[in-house]
Design a protein around this ligand. Structure first.
Ligand code: 13P
Length: 276
């Protein structure tokens, strides 16, 4: 069931668990994530970066595919189709295309410009029934005062840097800055907070972040790594050369199963199973 992400994240905040945003790249990714969320009776957010949108031939294609798949697989858990790290233009295009949620990432602009653009997109998103995420503090620890200013615009959830990064964490990573998270949480009126860069954060840190106000956790790289490892194993075992093992439905099956396993693990960790 396609919905915006507002209610699922308010419920997560009040219930002290997190909802996973899993990024999609194609039909297999989408199907694996939807089926796993349904199997676990969990709400889920499908994240689409602008690059992935382009790869799938445009946001309209993505919206049509996700809506049709949601219907034909009989998915009853809440599913939000969300633009990940959107530009101003990309956010507008996704509102048009039928997404149910957008992120406008103006974190690289000076704060006043981020606020001006976010203000405009909040009105547009809400007019169309979409939820909207904003970001401050790109790649750095966010300033609680800036977080408070952007929250006051009426956004639905906030991404604020606390030492998290996308992709694999370097060996000398210091971990999440929980003091900063606490200060941001205090300054932002209990808005659901978003933790980007969910790949490779130790489970204990994820649990602690949820206890301090994080309600949405984004995972992308980890599904890519599990898909790639399972596909490599299949090919290295020569299975693509046995019988009709080269059939894409067979060739991509181990990767699709691996994504399901990763999503299952994350849903368990975030605590959103049986919260649909
Ligand atoms: P990872 O790729 O590190 O999991 O981060 C995903 C993300 O934050 C998407 O916005």
């Amino acid at each position: 069931m396609l919905v915006n992400a507002t209610n699922m994240l308010l419920k997560a905040r009040d219930g002290h668990y997190g909802v996973g945003q899993f990024n999609i790249n194609n039909l297999e990714w989408t199907k694996s994530i939807l089926l796993t969320a349904q199997e676990m009776n969990s709400p889920v957010i499908l994240g689409v970066s602008e690059g992935a949108g382009k790869y799938m031939a445009g946001f309209k294609v993505v919206a049509a595919m996700v809506r049709a798949m949601d219907e034909s697989l009989g998915i009853t858990v809440p599913v939000a189709l969300h633009l990940d790290h959107g530009t101003y233009e990309g956010a507008k295009a996704c509102i048009e295309a039928g997404f149910t949620s957008i992120m406008f990432d103006g974190s690289h602009y000076p704060i006043d410009e981020n606020i001006a653009k976010t203000t405009e997109l909040v009105a547009l998103a809400h007019d169309h029934g979409l939820s909207i995420e904003a970001e401050v503090g790109a790649g750095e620890v966010a300033d609680p005062a800036e977080c408070a200013r952007i929250t006051a615009l009426g956004i639905d959830f906030l991404a604020a840097g606390i030492g998290n990064i996308h992709g694999k964490y370097p060996a000398n990573w210091k971990g999440l800055d929980f003091d900063a998270l606490d200060k941001i949480h205090q300054a932002t009126n209990n808005i659901p907070l978003v933790l980007h860069g969910g790949t490779g954060i130790p489970d204990e840190m994820v649990r602690k972040a949820i206890s301090l106000g994080v309600s949405k956790i984004n995972v992308n790289t980890e599904c890519q790594l599990s898909f790639a490892a399972a596909t490599r194993e299949y090919i290295e075992a020569g299975k693509d050369q046995q019988g009709k093992g080269y059939d894409p439905r067979k060739l991509l099956a181990p990767g699709a199963e691996a994504i399901k396993a990763t999503v299952r693990e994350k849903i368990e960790l975030f605590g959103s199973a049986n919260k649909a």
